[in-house]
Write a protein that binds this ligand. Sequence first.
Ligand code: PHE
Length: 334
Amino acid sequence: KAYIKEVEAFEAKTEAEIEEFRIKYLGKKGLLNQYFSEFKNVANEEKKEFGQAINQWKNAAQDRVNALKDAVESTVDDNGKYGDLSRPGEPIEIGARHPISLVKNRIIEVFSNIGFNVSDGPEIEDDWHNFTALNFTEHHPARDMQDTFFVEKDPDVVLRTHTSGVQVRYMENNKPPIRTISPGRVYRNEAISARSHCFFHQVEGLYVDKGVSFADLKQTLQYFTTEMFGKSKIRLRPSYFPFTEPSAEVDVYWGLETETDYRMTKGTGWLEIMGCGMVDPNVLKNSGIDPEEYSGFAFGMGIDRIALLLHQIPDIRMLSENDVRFLEQFKSVL
Ligand code: PHE
């Protein structure tokens, strides 16, 4: 009994001490085997008691070894070394923000400075919010402009092809004045290449109030591009979207000249960065806003494209490959 108490009370902090203890009691030439070998010399009437006592002792020793090992192993660190509690801590690896998030956060910052809030909506969208409310009639050819992934047919459920649906939702639930931007992931059934992917990210903006004019739109875009890209020229080219009238594409001058901002080196001249226009009265009506009373402008841009430009990333696929050698290059970028 005293021997059992002794092993039960044994303490050890390192694996070596535990091993020493194990060899002493449970090893081939250990104490217990020595007692077992005495067994044949024990008188027959005492054999039973002797055997039981030795077995209890052995189990107690084995239990103690297991318990101590568990305790030590729970302090094992990643390198497989055992816990020395006085060792200095391992530095924690801090990740980097993804370039998409960097650019998205910057866009949000620039627009929130002039009173825009951020709105959000589902990536799986119904036909009404992705198309119909936005003035795409049923057989509108523009539905083919956006190579849609269909989730369900009749009634259609799609992976949203743009975040314009969020703006419809916002107008359905809020009264003007409305100033909101909707960042988010969108999907299009396009061939994957260095320049385009089957999913990418957009920020779309919407401003609805009394007397909003095209001049307000242009001024807002000039403000945005200057904040985003530095001193920059923009130009608007007439374009077409079902949900805006008139509509335009916005090009920014991507420095070929020396005077341009450092963020725009490696310039290639005029570069298209977004679509925009005055919200079509039908879209306002569809979203529960009276077009006689209110007008608005909207714009939409691709975050990925802008991230490629600003960070001189040669291939859009790098944005979704999760290669840490790529991602950790953004550690120093805020
Ligand atoms: N929704 C358009 C697109 O995805 C972008 C856009 C938004 C154009 C708002 C004009 C106005 O291509």
